[in-house]
Ligand binder design. Structure first.
Ligand SMILES: CC(C)(COP(=O)(O)OP(=O)(O)OC[C@H]1O[C@@H](n2cnc3c(N)ncnc32)[C@H](O)[C@@H]1OP(=O)(O)O)[C@@H](O)C(=O)NCCC(=O)NCCS
Length: 290
């Protein structure tokens, strides 16, 4: 759609009634970016995105905004704060209105008063967002590697048992894998995905989630080796599953490659601020929720 470049842009807090429009903007913006670079893209169904956008609005309504012109939503952003961390979950502007300062303004709204420790995940092929975030101290720390299973089933991991997980265990795994508390997100993930806790010699060592879509993640390990063992067990149950792993989670990357998973393209980038360490025992839940 061609809009007059002089049409005023207005900004307001997002509400749940905006979710369908946010899904449209996301599909248009991400699809345009990937197709321009020759990568395949198909719009996700609204149902695949709406629960996550709703979860962000439920917990951090003060960090979710939309941009409108002529009564139509043309951009949106969402971020969350957990403890002393700020995570930018989404920033998308419709291709027809890009390059007019909408992305910069939306970013500023979600960023205002953010705690010092900041995190986001970007597309590596997107110079605009990577430069915008870089100017706010968010710098690339490691690639985000997508892997797709090819049907190879790893051998069972000896000594790893499936157990019931206690809240304290989840908190300890959060601290080790993410570096901050994800209690609110575990409740969200567990409503839709199958959560499995793994123990060795009676000690819980990892938690993993398996989704009806085939996604595996997040996987949180007390250490990289335990997270990798959890991935092997998830791939035994679903050898064509798919997962996104920070490049610094070496044991998980090695396990994915050993299981003959295919590396998906293009990679993402994990951006960190304030000297934070990149994760070593984590596979993420999604680009929207880290
Ligand atoms: C990334 C996106 C949100 C930016 O929104 P936008 O409204 O087009 O961007 P803006 O007009 O606000 O410009 C942002 C800044 O990037 C700068 N910029 C543009 N290209 C740049 C480049 N190659 N290198 C450095 N800076 C660049 C602009 O000059 C501007 O900075 P300024 O305001 O200080 O001049 C939007 O382009 C988009 O949705 N893209 C597709 C989806 C996507 O990649 N989303 C981000 C997911 S991480």
């Amino acid at each position: 759609m061609n809009r007059p470049t002089s049409a005023p842009i207005t900004y307001r807090p997002a509400t749940t009634t905006d979710i369908a429009a946010e899904h449209r903007v996301f599909s248009n913006a991400e699809g345009d970016l990937l197709r321009r670079h020759g990568f395949a893209w198909s719009d996700p169904p609204l149902d695949a995105v709406a629960p996550t956008l709703g979860h962000l609005l439920d917990h951090d309504p003060g960090r979710c905004f939309v941009a409108e012109t002529g009564g139509e939503i043309v951009g949106f952003t969402a971020a969350f704060v957990r403890g002393d961390r700020w995570f930018l979950a989404a920033l998308f502007v419709d291709p027809a209105t890009q390059g007019r300062g909408i992305g910069r303004t939306l970013f500023g709204l979600a960023f205002e008063g953010a705690p010092r420790r900041r995190i986001t995940i970007t597309d590596s092929i997107q110079p605009v967002s990577n430069a915008l975030y870089g100017r706010h101290g968010l710098l690339p720390a490691t690639p985000m590697l997508g892997f797709v299973g090819t049907g190879v089933q790893p051998a069972a991991v000896a000594g790893l048992e499936n157990v019931t997980v206690a809240d304290e265990t989840l908190a300890a795994l959060d601290e080790q894998a993410y570096g901050f508390d994800r209690a609110a997100d575990h409740m969200f993930w567990a409503r839709q995905a199958l959560r499995t806790a793994w123990s060795r010699e009676g000690q819980p060592v990892a938690v993993s989630y398996a989704w009806p879509s085939g996604r595996i993640g997040p996987i949180l390990g007390l250490d990289g080796a335990s997270a990798a063992d959890a991935l092997r067990m998830e791939l035994r149950a679903n050898p064509t599953g798919w997962i996104e792993i920070p490049g610094t989670s070496w044991a998980l990357v090695e396990a994915a490659l050993a299981a003959r998973m295919r590396l998906d393209a293009p990679p993402g980038l994990l951006l960190l601020g304030d000297g934070q360490q990149a994760p070593t025992s984590l596979a993420i839940s999604s680009y929207f929720l880290f």
